[in-house]
Design a protein around this ligand. Structure first.
Ligand SMILES: Cc1cc2nc3c(=O)[nH]c(=O)nc-3n(C[C@H](O)[C@H](O)[C@H](O)COP(=O)(O)O)c2cc1C
Length: 236
C-alpha cells in the first residue's frame, strides 16, 4: 500500500503469519514520480523518492526486513512506464520478488499508461517478458479484475505466457464489498501460473472462501492497517 507499507510497518505485521511481505508501491521513473507528486498534492499517501535515491532506498528496506525476518520473502510493488527500472529493482540484492503494478487506478498514473492502464497495452506480454528474462528475482504481476473493457481471463493467459512466476489478482467487484470468488475460481481453472488471490480477506469466513477458489496463496491489505486482525493466518 503506497505510503504505508515500508519496512518498519512490515516488520510489525509479519509475525501475524505472513510468508511474503510487499514493499511499496514505488514509482521508479520520471513520469511515475511526477504522477506520485500530483497524487500527494491532492492529499493521498504515496512514497516520494527522487530517481537518484529510489533504488538504494528499496535495497535498504529489503535489508531492514531480512535482518529481522530472514525466512520471509520480500517483494517490491513497482510502477514504471518502461521495463528497465523494474529490471533494476528485480536485481536488487536479496529482493525475492519484483511485482509489476498493473493495478493502480489513480488518474495521474492511468493517464501516463501505467497501473491498471497497463492492461490495455498491446505489448503487455513483451513488457513482462523483458522483465522476467532479465532479473534474478521472481516476477509477480498484480492486476485488478473486472476493469471495464478488459477480459481478465485473457490477461491472465498473457501473463502466464510471459514468463511471470505469480499472477496477483485483486478480485474487486465494483460496488460490492466482497471479492469475486467465481472469477478467481475461473482464473485458477484456466492458467497454470501460481495465482495469489486478493480482496476482502478480513475474516476467517472469507479466508475459507478465498482458499476454496483454488488460489495458491492470498494477500491481505486493508485489514492489516489497523493491526487488529481478528484471525491468525497461520491456522490456514
Ligand atoms: C491506501 C491504499 C494504498 C494502496 N496502494 C497500493 C499500491 O501501491 N500497489 C498495489 O498494488 N495496491 C495498492 N493498494 C491495493 C491493496 O494492495 C489491495 O489490492 C486492495 O486494498 C484490496 O485488498 P484488501 O481487501 O485486502 O484491502 C492500496 C490500497 C490502499 C487501501
Amino acid at each position: 500500500m503506497a505510503g504505508i507499507t515500508n519496512a518498519e510497518f512490515l516488520n510489525k505485521v509479519i509475525p501475524y503469519g505472513f510468508d511474503v511481505a510487499t514493499l511499496g508501491g514505488y514509482s521508479l521513473d520520471l513520469p511515475t514520480i511526477e504522477a506520485s507528486k500530483k497524487i500527494i498534492e491532492r492529499g493521498r499517501a504515496e512514497f516520494d523518492f527522487p530517481l537518484d535515491e529510489i533504488f538504494t532506498h528499496i535495497g535498504n528496506e529489503v535489508d531492514s526486513i531480512k535482518k529481522v525476518h530472514n525466512d520471509v520473502k520480500v517483494s517490491a510493488n513497482v510502477r514504471s512506464t518502461t521495463p528497465q527500472p523494474i529490471i533494476d529493482v528485480g536485481n536488487i540484492k536479496d529482493l525475492d520478488i519484483v511485482e509489476i503494478n498493473c493495478h493502480c487506478r489513480q488518474n495521474e498514473i492511468i493517464s501516463i499508461g501505467c497501473g491498471q492502464e497497463m492492461l490495455n497495452r498491446d505489448d503487455l506480454g513483451d513488457f513482462i517478458s523483458d522483465v522476467a528474462d532479465n532479473v534474478k528475482s521472481e516476477v509477480s504481476v498484480k492486476i485488478r479484475a473486472n476493469v471495464d473493457g478488459i477480459d481478465t481471463l485473457e490477461i491472465a493467459r498473457i501473463i502466464e505466457q510471459s514468463g511471470a512466476d505469480y499472477l496477483h489478482v485483486d478480485a474487486m467487484r465494483n460496488g460490492v464489498f466482497e471479492a469475486d470468488w467465481e472469477l478467481l475460481r475461473e482464473v485458477c481453472n484456466n492458467v497454470n501460473i501460481k495465482v495469489i488471490g486478493n480482496n476482502s480477506v478480513n475474516s476467517e469466513e472469507n479466508i475459507k472462501k478465498m482458499i476454496n477458489t483454488g488460489v495458491d496463496g492470498f494477500s491481505i491489505a486493508r485489514s492489516v492497517i489497523s493491526g487488529n486482525l481478528d484471525f491468525n493466518i497461520t491456522n490456514f
